[in-house]
Write a protein that binds this ligand. Structure first.
Ligand code: ZN
Length: 297
């Protein structure tokens, strides 16, 4: 079947396959390094593979220069990844196929609500009525996927049992934006399945997205993955480190110290080492995921 072929490797794997998936909108900071290191050590400590994917769908905000910066930072920090760098901007056919599959199943509808209308109730929800429309609108619209009231439960490796009801997390959500870009939730699910990802280890800011991603996996008949959400890193003002809070780039001046600080954030105790190479040899040996602090949820 064409759809399955485009998704690529759908065989179940006994081996661990993890990934790190930054958006090339700026340099990696201490918070993104925690996610990169945690996901890498989780896979490498069990002789698994670790893939690198650029989430560059939002092309006005993404840039080749930012991607080059991230690759340089990862190399200076001693990361090695398996296979070529995957880019979401090169995988639009697979997202189209997934969208079509959801459409064929009656799971989607066109939403013509404007951003201003949606903002009035402070959510990203449809204002109502769009899902009842019989004919597809000819004008500008986004495409939403329907959710239901059934709770989605999953065992997060670091945060414990989670229960999310997609209807209460914004309801029917956008999978194709009005500006023509595929939304993050759809692309992530399709890409993880195509790469045979068995575990998603990432920052706790994405914990809320997980129920919606599991919903999409189920609708598309994709294999489940294990989730682990790592603690976030905050600056001295108590703000989550991000490009918006102008967090400092890592790996540029003292990569070994940056790595050691990320290990502390991950709850790992490691004796001092003299080089980035020695750090990686030792980090894989001592990695103990039971020491990862659970994030407040
Ligand atoms: Zn609407």
């Amino acid at each position: 079947m064409r759809y399955t072929a485009r998704l690529g490797n759908m065989n179940s794997h006994l081996a661990v396959i993890g990934r790190f998936a930054p958006s090339p909108t700026g340099a990696l900071h201490a918070g993104s390094l925690v996610a990169a290191l945690g996901s890498c050590l989780s896979a490498r400590s069990r002789a698994g593979r670790w893939l690198l994917r650029m989430e560059d769908l939002d092309t006005p905000r993404c840039s080749p220069a930012a991607e080059a910066t991230i690759l340089r930072q990862l190399e200076r920090l001693g990361f090695t990844w398996d296979g070529p760098v995957i880019r979401q901007s090169e995988r639009l056919d697979a997202y189209h196929d997934a969208l079509q599959m959801l459409r064929n199943g009656g799971w989607t509808y066109a939403c013509t609500c404007s951003r201003r209308e949606r903002a009035q109730d402070g959510t990203d929800s449809c204002c109502g009525g769009c899902s009842e429309r019989a004919l597809a609108p000819s004008g500008r619209h986004s495409v939403r996927v329907r959710v239901d009231d059934r709770p989605i439960t999953f065992a997060d490796r670091y945060c414990g049992m989670q229960q999310q009801v997609p209807r209460q997390c914004g309801g029917d959500f956008v999978i194709l934006r009005a500006d023509g870009y595929f939304a993050y939730q759809l692309a992530v699910v399709v890409d993880d399945a195509a790469s045979g990802i068995t575990e998603v280890v990432r920052g706790a800011d994405l914990l809320d997205s997980t129920g919606r991603q599991i919903h999409l996996q189920r609708l598309l008949g994709l294999p489940p993955v294990r989730y682990g959400h790592l603690p976030l890193v905050y600056n001295t003002l108590g703000q989550k480190l991000s490009k918006q809070t102008r967090a400092a780039p890592v790996g540029e001046h003292d990569p070994l110290t940056d790595l050691q600080q990320a290990m502390v954030a991950l709850g790992q105790t490691m004796e001092p080492v003299g080089s980035v190479e020695a750090f990686w040899r030792r980090a894989v040996e001592i990695w103990d995921e039971s020491r990862i602090p659970s994030s407040p949820v």
